[in-house]
Design a protein around this ligand. Structure first.
Ligand SMILES: [Zn+2]
Length: 157
């Protein structure tokens, strides 16, 4: 599931501030229908503290990773996600410069979950790439460079 990390928040954030921020992020992410994420249980939001107070709140960095590559998660959808989350946070912290980075994830890069074994169906991502490993499909080929076959299920344990 996607992990959303917000770095560089102004110091002195209260629990209420953070809950409001959390709700704002969940609303922004779930507004992008193509992601197929329904509520806060479909994502993890983290607000790591910074050890240095100097400069805090001037620049807020949002990292969204662990976003599994799926055909419907096109570049356009990912850009829309970045803009939606970034602008929602900018509204809460209007003085800050806000940047949002999206990283798609291929489970074959290394993934484990304590939840039930997850099955991934091999699909084409981003035009010509395998959603499991990021390898390329040659023109007309149904097997990616790493041997995953389109439509077949692969369990990532
Ligand atoms: Zn592959």
């Amino acid at each position: 599931m996607p992990v959303i990390k917000v770095w560089g928040l102004p110091s002195g954030q209260t629990e209420d501030d953070l809950r409001h921020l959390h709700r704002t992020i969940v609303t922004a992410v779930t507004s992008i229908d193509e992601l197929g994420l329904r509520d806060q249980n479909d994502m993890t939001c983290l607000f790591p503290p910074d050890l240095m107070l100097y400069g805090l709140g001037e620049e807020i960095i949002v990292e969204i990773d662990g976003l599994f590559a799926k055909p419907e998660r096109t570049l356009e959808v990912c850009h829309r996600l970045a803009a939606c989350v970034g602008s929602a946070i900018k509204n809460l912290y209007p003085k800050a410069k806000v940047e949002c980075f999206i990283t798609n994830f291929y489970p074959a890069q290394g993934f484990w979950t304590s939840a039930k074994p997850t099955v991934f169906i091999c699909q084409v991502f981003s035009g010509c790439r395998c959603n499991i490993c990021g390898g390329f499909f040659a023109d007309g080929d149904e097997v990616c460079a790493s041997g995953h076959q389109l439509g077949r299920q692969y369990a990532i344990k």
